[in-house]
Design a protein around this ligand. Structure first.
Ligand SMILES: C[S@@+](CC[C@H](N)C(=O)[O-])C[C@H]1O[C@@H](n2cnc3c(N)ncnc32)[C@H](O)[C@@H]1O
Length: 184
């Protein structure tokens, strides 16, 4: 683990971090994502998400979280139905290019939003897409079909944070600079 030792016990660090946490959570389908689940926990920690929902029962590669799982609230959901129960009443935004209604640049991120990421093989399951308030694509400009899901999570969380950061400036891109087909 490469975190500077604070000389504080785990409970104290968790308690201090709890005061700083944001009104956004991350969810990820565990199946086919053994490394990615760990990497997403590492990414999610850096944005101090409220909690991380793991859907399914497949094991994941804990070391990919670089120890950050110890500081996070990880909510294990045995299946999709349990996940939907857990997040009932909260806005659910699926990140899935194939079924997207809008792009990351145009998406709404309401208070308490849960951002859901799918599996490397199958994406976000149909039942969870159907339950989503919004499905968003991250614009891609090459010939590849998708980003690795851990990279996708970093981009979406970064955009979420950018909109709240006083250092961020409004985009100055003109309509002409947006190429046809962007975000498909
Ligand atoms: C490797 S993708 C698989 C996506 C797709 N079902 C497929 O078969 O190509 C794994 C996950 O990464 C996320 N993802 C990767 N690239 C994306 C993009 N351009 N737009 C939205 N989500 C993306 C989604 O959460 C997706 O479920």
């Amino acid at each position: 683990m490469r975190v500077t030792p604070f000389g504080l016990d785990l409970g104290t660090v968790r308690h201090e971090l709890a005061r700083l946490r944001v009104d956004m959570s991350v969810a990820v389908v565990r199946a086919k994502n053994p490394f990615n689940v760990g990497a997403i926990i590492r990414v999610a920690h850096s944005f101090l998400v409220r909690e991380i929902f793991l859907i399914g029962s497949e094991s994941y590669y804990e070391r990919a979280s670089m120890g950050m799982h110890r500081y996070e609230t990880i909510v294990e959901c045995a299946d999709e139905a349990e996940f939907l129960q857990q997040v009932a009443g909260r806005p659910l935004v699926s990140v899935e290019r194939d079924h997207a209604q809008t792009t990351l640049w145009q998406a709404n991120f309401p208070k308490n939003v849960v951002l859901l990421f799918g599996s490397e093989n199958d994406g976000v399951p149909p039942a969870l897409l159907a339950a989503s308030d919004q499905i968003i694509a991250i614009p891609m400009y090459g010939i590849n079909h998708s980003f690795p899901v851990a990279v996708a999570s970093g981009m979406v969380l970064c955009e979420w944070a950018r909109r709240r950061d006083p250092r961020a400036r409004p985009s100055s891109a003109s309509a002409e600079e947006v190429r046809p087909g962007d975000g498909g």
